[in-house]
Design a protein around this ligand. Structure first.
Ligand SMILES: Nc1nc2c(ncn2[C@@H]2O[C@H](COP(=O)(O)OP(=O)(O)OP(=O)(O)O)[C@@H](O)[C@H]2O)c(=O)[nH]1
Ligand SMILES: [Mg+2]
Length: 246
């Protein structure tokens, strides 16, 4: 007998120093149909992210020190699993609800990640990934990390993602488990896509009207992209080795 599909999803928002944006993002995500829990994982912020997120209606988990995006996503997923089947959430049983990962810097536009939910709730996809329209400000990078990620995913799976680094994803529990332990740091999205596809599950990109803060050409932007490059390269190298051993 197949279990009835869980009717709700839990949103997980990894956040680092997002005091200026987190309230709008949380408010927008709380309004998405099917979302009945919003968890913000504050990854060692030095600003008021945690307090502001709580005041906006999110449940907040804190890392005392910065551990990176993948660790924050794992913490959020664990929190959701521990809080399922409580508070009269109809149909939810431990660890069953899909997870909706949303970046903290989308503000009001985060409401538009709603389009990711139905395909996963209805079992038509195991992971949906948002693709973003051109952003209002141009990024400061040259697309090196995007190209590395896209080619790496294609080599390992045959799938050519339009936006391989997009963090907005609705992920079934089965898909999340297939990708766990998650690739570390900024390699997490590339790892998820590869692991979910290699598990034989279905991945779909969905256009989504989202606007986020884009890293610029200043030194902070360059450092961000260098770290992204390192983490994506590591996620790909691990998966190539694994595949070679299979
Ligand atoms: N857990 C965790 N999350 C982070 C960290 N740094 C940023 N984030 C969050 O990760 C999400 C994406 O971070 P951004 O800095 O917007 O990175 P991005 O959108 O991938 O990068 P660009 O497109 O180059 O601007 C946001 O929700 C951030 O708050 C971190 O050190 N740890
Ligand atoms: Mg961003």
């Amino acid at each position: 007998m197949t279990e009835p599909l869980p009717p709700t999803v839990a949103a997980v928002i990894p956040a680092k120093d997002e005091a200026d944006r987190i309230a709008a993002t949380v408010g927008a995500v709380r309004g998405i149909p099917g979302v009945d829990l919003v968890v913000v994982v504050d990854d060692g912020s030095t600003d008021g992210t945690a307090e502001i997120a709580r005041a906006a209606g999110a449940e907040v988990v804190r890392h005392a020190r910065n551990r990176g995006k993948a660790a924050a996503m794992t913490t959020g997923a664990g929190y959701v699993a521990r809080h399922e089947g409580v508070e009269g959430r109809v149909g939810s049983s431990p660890g069953r609800r899909p997870l909706l990962f949303v970046d903290a810097d989308l503000e009001d536009s985060a409401a538009n990640v709603a389009v990711l939910v139905p395909a996963v709730l209805e079992g038509r996809a195991d992971m949906t990934i948002a693709t973003l329209p051109p952003q209002k400000t141009a990024g400061g990078g040259h697309g090196f990390v995007v190209r590395l990620a896209r080619r790496g995913i294609e080599d390992l799976t045959g799938f050519i993602p339009q936006q391989p680094l997009s963090g907005m994803r609705c992920v079934s529990r089965q898909a999340f488990e297939a990708a766990s332990p998650l690739a570390r740091g900024w390699g997490v999205e590339v790892g998820l896509t590869i692991d979910v596809l290699l598990a034989g599950l279905r991945v779909e990109e969905v256009p989504c009207e989202l606007h986020h803060r884009v890293s610029g050409a200043d030194w902070r932007g360059q450092v961000h992209r260098a770290r992204q490059y390192r983490d994506v390269a590591l996620a790909l190298a691990r998966r190539r080795v694994r595949r070679g051993l299979r």
